[in-house]
Design a protein around this ligand. Structure first.
Ligand SMILES: Nc1nc2c(ncn2[C@@H]2O[C@H](COP(=O)(O)OP(=O)(O)OP(=O)(O)O)[C@@H](O)[C@H]2O)c(=O)[nH]1
Ligand SMILES: [Mg+2]
Length: 442
């Protein structure tokens, strides 16, 4: 997630914050680099120009050039401008109170993630204490209704379906059904098309007229970059949207769609899809994403994610363990037991400054986790607290006890050592980031 762009920004900032004095030329050079970085990230050209011009304007003033830490002032300006570009404040769904029903209509191009996102949103609503109803209004793709039913089953949310080809009728009846049965959040999944065509627009308009949605959300595939942004804009002009959900953000190394969306469409980005699992939908926080884009990590989201799956005390402990290099095999065991609950390792590593690239997420696949768990469980507590005492005969015993081979035990111990080293690196990086952010007042 955002790997490429955040690496570039880290390099640019490291350069400029390393200087004790800076000239207008230094700033111009850094801004030129930023311009290239944003264009490579597939950010809309006009957005880039405006961003660059304003940054130069602010950064070449007396206040910056003669500041004690001119480089850090510059970073702060870029950060503030980026937060503004991403939309400043987080934008909540504009739902009515629980006693009336609110309709959320999802639309977008084929394969953008509408059905998955509908279900993810339903789960989120359910967790928020609302009563969601999913409506299968994609009657174009043969398996679409079934797909939504399977997801609904998985998250324990009812799915309204009808055996017809008339999506407008389904939506109308679904709303009647929802009101009668006191569902207060009606989420409508619609059909996607390959291109923007008149027929699709007509159908969506009809559905929208009947459903009177309080939120009309465009689901855009982050990986399609500017294309996603342009189509969102067209949808807004033709049907009127109230916000965007950017799906597949986990696979987006560039970040261009997220950066341009608000500015080009005028509509806020409300959520990001960060994986295929039902839990993988995050509220979009402009400041946190700006930190991630600029390579400063997103420790806040990480801790929140941990809090969702484990209690607060455990979450704090987890954070401590993650940033200290003092953990032993017992901690390691507890960690991946928690990680398994939290979701994909990849999305977790993304939030830790400096962790990405230091460890390969593929190293931590589920089967291996189970094997490693068995190995550690076969160790005595003494061994878990001090892995250095585990010599050849202990390794043999542990392999036997866990039904694995000595080779597996060796591999685990090696990996554990590698993880410890990674943690040390993260701490160093985190200290650097923390100091930087503290001095910037972020
Ligand atoms: N990695 C990742 N995959 C996603 C995300 N959201 C959706 N997908 C995947 O994208 C594919 C398409 O998702 P769907 O929800 O079926 O898309 P759709 O827009 O409903 O597709 P149509 O109904 O055919 O137009 C599926 O394989 C999803 O698992 C996401 O946030 N991250
Ligand atoms: Mg679909």
């Amino acid at each position: 997630m955002l790997d490429r762009i955040s690496q570039k920004f880290t390099d640019i900032f490291r350069d400029i914050t390393g200087k004790s004095t800076i000239s207008e030329k230094n700033i111009q050079d850094a801004v030129d680099e930023i311009k290239i970085t944003l264009l490579e990230a597939d950010v809309n050209l006009r957005v880039v120009r405006r961003f660059v011009n304003r940054t130069i304007e602010e950064a070449t003033g007396e206040k910056v050039l003669h500041a004690v830490d001119p480089g850090q002032q510059f970073v702060k300006i870029v950060y503030d401008r980026l937060v503004a570009l991403l939309g400043d404040e987080r934008q909540d769904l504009n739902l009515k109170g629980p006693d009336t029903h609110s309709v959320i209509l999802l639309m977008g191009l084929q394969g953008s993630g509408k059905t998955t996102t509908s279900a993810k949103l339903a789960l989120k609503m359910k967790k928020d204490g609302r009563k969601p109803l999913l409506v299968a209004a994609d009657l174009v793709r043969p398996a679409a209704v079934k797909q939504l039913q399977v997801l609904g089953d998985q998250i324990g949310v009812e799915v309204y379906t009808e055996d017809t080809k008339d999506s407008v009728k389904v939506v109308k009846n679904a709303i009647g059904y929802g009101r009668k049965n006191s569902f207060n959040t009606i989420i409508v999944d619609t059909a996607g098309r390959l291109h923007l065509d008149d027929e699709m627009m007509k159908e969506i308009k009809k559905i929208s007229d009947i459903a009177k949605p309080i939120e009309t959300l465009f689901v855009a595939d982050a990986m399609t970059g500017q294309n996603a942004v342009n189509i969102a804009k067209e949808f807004h002009e033709k049907v009127g949207i109230t916000g965007v959900i950017l799906s597949k953000f986990d696979s987006d190394a560039r970040g261009g769609a997220a950066i341009s969306l608000k500015s080009v469409t005028g509509q806020p980005l409300k959520f990001i899809g960060v994986g295929e699992k039902m839990e993988d939908l995050e509220t979009f926080y402009p400041d946190r994403i700006a930190s991630r884009i600029l390579g400063m990590g997103d420790v806040v989201s990480l801790v929140e994610k941990a809090q969702e799956t484990i209690d607060t005390v455990e979450a704090e402990k987890l954070q401590e363990k993650m940033i200290s290099a003092t953990f032993n095999l017992q901690d390691y065991l507890e960690q991946f037991q928690r990680v398994r609950k939290m979701g994909s390792m990849d999305s977790i590593l993304d939030m830790i400054p400096g962790a990405k690239g230091s460890i390969d997420a593929a190293d931590i696949d589920q089967k291996e986790m189970i094997r490693e768990e068995a190995i550690i469980l076969s160790m005595t507590m003494k061994e878990r607290y001090n892995h250095r005492i585990i010599g050849p005969s202990r390794r043999k015993r542990i392999a036997k006890g866990s039904g694995t081979a000595v080779f597996d035990v060796n591999k685990l111990l090696k990996k554990f050592e590698k993880t410890r080293l990674m943690m040390k690196k993260v701490v160093k990086n985190k200290k650097y980031q923390a100091n930087l952010m503290k001095s910037l007042g972020i």
